[in-house]
Design a protein around this ligand. Structure first.
Ligand code: ARG
Length: 452
């Protein structure tokens, strides 16, 4: 068509300059179309297919990225503080691990969960965690971290407004036995770093939800752990080789078994590593000091007082994958048959090798009375020990798990150290469950050495 036009309308000399330029442009355009036509004809079908596919993939990626940025959920942290007027301050509220702190926190967290779960934010609410309970002339001032998931496209002001509105309105309407002074409720948004820090500094918290493990296998041969599942687990290593497990109880202190240091006591030959893999670990620290229980004896085989604390040369950097477990109060009683988890890099079977990926197994507390029966350990279990496992055998800790944690979660989902892997007759044999150092029994000793 264009060609025809050029021929019919402009193929004469002596046209106006405007006509000439039109002629040149159209010729150039015609030529370009011909060239393109040839180029396309020269293209093989597979090349065309590749071009079409790449264009489609490119577009899909761009659209995907835009939707991801707009609809992707993001954790948002808030700090809520308010005054509770019908509870008197108790000095026991100063420490997070006391029974008193635990009870009041549980009531506060339940109240807050009920408020949000019953609101239009129920799908956005993740958890609340009491961080401090401080004294006030007319009661107790609670400071709580709230975690929500909001689409990243939602503005910060808007989501803060929603959370604040629900908190104010519902706190007034909820009938709980806690009396909250409405005028004191203050909600501030925390940045991710601040929120993460506050939660990571609380003991016994697991940051992600992990589907529960129906542990029927040994620790050994059992299920591999996922990063962040047992963030307090440490490996203590002699000249760079894994020897024992340990538990983080603060950023500079670990608790472990005394028998780990039977041969080598020099702290300069020991290091500690953190994270679920032995190689490569998430963090590694030098050891400054090893304090073994004064009444532990390398010579005796009665395994009494099998506890030690290890001071690190520099503080651990707490993250959601590496942080501390809570120590129970000395008076706390973990009931018989309570479900606990034991974790470690220990052998898959008696006299086997350590593994590189942390493993876990669910075991149950066995009463000392049963554990001391003639066919079990025939009286070898003393007051500083606790048995856990199954009389049928199969699930157990093993060599290399020593010093590692036996933990139990309370109703708030906070994990406490129940025991320290100490000894056992073989691994997973019927009537020979694992024997652990009883942490409540040595709670005051641990405090006297570490101040924790
Ligand atoms: N003493 C062993 C160690 O050094 C731990 C034994 C635990 N045994 C057991 N069957 N639970 O690693």
């Amino acid at each position: 068509m264009l060609r025809c036009c050029t021929v019919c309308c402009g193929a004469q000399d002596g046209g106006s300059p405007r006509e000439k330029s039109f002629l040149l442009t159209s010729e150039w355009y015609t030529e370009a179309v011909i060239q393109m036509d040839r180029a396309v004809r020269r293209l093989e079908p597979w090349k065309i297919a590749v071009i079409v596919v790449s264009v489609i993939v490119g577009l899909a990626l761009i659209i995907g990225l835009i939707t991801f940025l707009l609809c992707h959920d993001q954790d948002r942290y808030y700090n809520a503080s308010f005054l509770i007027t019908n509870v008197d301050y108790n000095p026991q509220y100063e420490r997070q691990t006391t029974e008193e702190f635990r009870n009041l926190s549980e009531d506060i967290e339940t109240m807050i969960s009920e408020i949000f779960r019953g609101s239009f934010l129920s799908k956005r609410y993740i958890r609340s965690h009491v961080v401090t309970l401080s004294p006030d002339p007319v009661g107790v001032l609670a400071s709580v971290v709230l975690v929500f998931k909001f689409p990243s496209a939602d503005s910060e002001e808007a989501t803060w407004g929603q959370v604040n509105r629900v908190l104010l309105r519902r706190l007034r309407a909820t009938s709980t036995f806690l009396n909250v002074d409405q005028s004191t409720i203050k909600l501030t948004e925390l940045n991710k770093e601040k929120g993460d820090n506050l939660l990571n500094n609380c003991c016994g918290i697991r940051r992600q939800a992990f589907s529960s493990f129906t542990g029927v296998e040994r620790i050994t041969g059992g299920q591999g752990a996922r990063e962040g599942e047992w963030p307090w687990q440490a490996s203590i290593q002699q000249d760079g080789t894994h020897r024992c497990g340990a538990s983080i109880i603060s950023n500079t202190w670990l608790v472990t078994a005394a028998h780990c240091f039977r041969e080598v006591k020099d702290p300069r030959r020991w290091t500690a590593s953190f994270g679920i893999l032995l190689r490569p670990p998430k963090q590694r620290k030098l050891v400054r000091r090893i304090i073994v229980h004064e009444r532990y004896s390398d010579l005796l085989t009665d395994h009494d007082n099998d506890v030690a604390v290890v001071e690190l040369a520099s503080p651990i950097e707490f993250t959601s994958e590496v942080h501390s477990v809570c120590l129970p109060e000395a008076s706390h009683v973990f009931p018989n048959n309570a479900s606990c988890f034991v974790t470690g890099w220990g052998a898959l079977e008696n006299d086997g090798y350590s593994v590189n990926l942390l493993r876990q197994a669910e075991v149950r507390i066995i009463s000392t009375e049963i554990c001391n029966r003639r066919q079990v350990y025939g009286g070898a279990i003393t007051a500083g020990m606790v048995c856990a496992g199954y009389l049928d055998g199969q699930v157990d800790a093993c060599q290399g798990d020593s010093g590692g944690p036996l933990v139990n979660a309370n109703s708030r989902g906070i994990w406490y150290l129940v025991g320290i892997v100490s000894w056992g007759d073989d691994c997973g044999k019927p009537n020979k469950p694992g024997v652990y150092t009883r942490v409540t029994y040595y709670r005051n000793w641990i405090n006297s050495k570490t101040g924790i």
